[in-house]
Design a protein around this ligand. Structure first.
Ligand SMILES: *Cc1c(COP(=O)(O)O)cnc(C)c1O
Length: 388
């Protein structure tokens, strides 16, 4: 018998309510029935993106919305800053190159967050820079970027601020309109708790002006086409109807709970996870700027990182993520985003302790759970032993 726990930073578990909604017979998209669903989803997306502007939905994985941002905001030869502190930051550079734009790369040591002043200095040097591409939560390293501070800088420049919030949205605070972020992209399979297949993008007035001038080639990912369609609650092509129907359920839940509560929940789970790791004698990969969506942990000396991930999945059914690219085998990542509860986190920490013990790591398996409980109980575990 096997029971599985999906603790990876995408895909993430899907709540039963959404699964059931998606099990209903398929409906046609050009019908009042679907239009009603899509209208509600568009409104709820504005709530989650914290914007008054339209949020456009594409049928693609999250990278589709990243590609849409580059292809619709830039023209060949344009200069754009790409903040690179992990695998997903590098994707911005690759996309810019693919569309003939010139990336100005700001390399950040993996595990650290970019210093907004470095972006400011680059922008001051060259008024022709059209965009600044950043990542809210760099999923490969577990780093959270100070987007609010960067938005303070870009608002006084010609460049638009573009944020990859694919794993960040729904886990981290991001006030699109209030902070003045020009473009936010996201995907369905992380904090929004739906299977992969939907990508989202929001644009400010400043960003739409750039879209008007953009000369990069585009067809499926044309934002102008998508905007025209969304004005009559429609999509240019067949949407992933089933996923949109499921998304209505998860977005409704987020709205009912309230974003503040959603963020506080993520924060607590992240803190519990970090404290557990430290108590177990493990070190965090990004201690200075940790995200609330995913925690990256250094694999301790003497333990095979890839075997650890495999062992937890095969023996215990707990799926965590290993390291990507240069971090392969060097870190493991525990996600606490979306439909993840305190019970899931406690289970994961307990299993990690056991798996490490089985792999020869010299640490006490139970101390992680104890440290996490301390956070989850908000200190109450230190209370009197006798009943109050
Ligand atoms: C998952 C992720 C992506 C890629 O999304 P896909 O859905 O795999 O295309 C991009 N950026 C970040 C930060 C992510 O976490």
């Amino acid at each position: 018998m096997k029971k599985t726990y999906l603790m990876t930073p995408g895909p993430t578990p899907v709540p039963p309510k959404a699964l059931l909604a998606m099990a209903e017979p398929i409906i046609h998209h050009r019908t009042p029935e679907f239009m009603e669903v899509f209208k509600e989803v568009c409104d709820l997306l504005k709530y989650v993106f914290q914007t008054q502007g339209d949020v456009i939905t594409f049928t693609s994985s999250g990278t589709g919305a990243m590609e849409a941002a580059v292809a619709n905001l830039l023209s060949p030869g344009d200069k754009a800053i790409c903040v690179q502190g992990g695998k997903f930051g590098e994707r911005w550079t690759e996309l810019c190159k693919a569309y003939g734009a010139t990336p100005i790369i700001i390399d950040v040591k993996w595990g650290n967050a970019v210093d907004p002043k470095v972006i400011e200095a680059e922008l001051k040097k060259d008024a022709a820079i059209q965009a600044v591409f950043t990542t809210l939560c760099e999923t490969s390293t577990g780093v959270l970027t100070d987007i609010k501070a960067i938005a303070q800088i870009t608002k006084d420049h010609n460049a638009v601020l573009v944020v990859d919030a694919i794993s960040g949205l729904g886990a981290e605070e991001i006030k699109t309109d209030e902070w003045g972020i020009d473009c936010v992209v996201s995907g369905s399979q992380k904090g929004l708790m739906i299977p992969p297949g939907l990508a989202f993008i929001s644009l400010s007035k400043k960003a739409w002006e750039k879209v008007e001038k953009s000369k990069c080639p585009k067809y499926y990912f044309s934002l102008k086409k998508a905007k025209k369609a969304i004005e009559s609650t429609d999509t240019p092509f067949t949407p992933a109807i089933t996923l949109v129907i499921g998304l209505r359920e998860t977005l409704r839940t987020m709205k009912a709970e309230g974003l503040d509560v959603v963020f506080a929940r993520h924060k607590k789970l992240a803190l519990a996870t970090r404290e557990a790791m430290k108590a177990m004698g493990l070190s965090l990969f990004a201690p200075a700027a940790p995200s609330n969506g995913v925690t990256a942990v250094n694999v301790p000396a003497g333990v095979d990182g890839e075997k650890l991930v495999k062992h937890m999945r095969d023996k215990y059914g707990v799926g965590i993520a290993g390291g990507q690219a240069e971090l392969k085998g060097k870190v493991f990542r525990i996600a606490h985003m979306g439909y993840i509860t305190e019970t899931d986190i406690l289970t994961t920490i307990a299993v990690l302790g056991m798996a490490l013990a089985e792999m020869g790591y010299r640490g006490q398996p139970g101390v992680g759970v104890e440290a996490a409980e301390e956070i989850l109980l908000e200190g109450r575990s230190r209370g009197p032993v006798e009943p109050a």
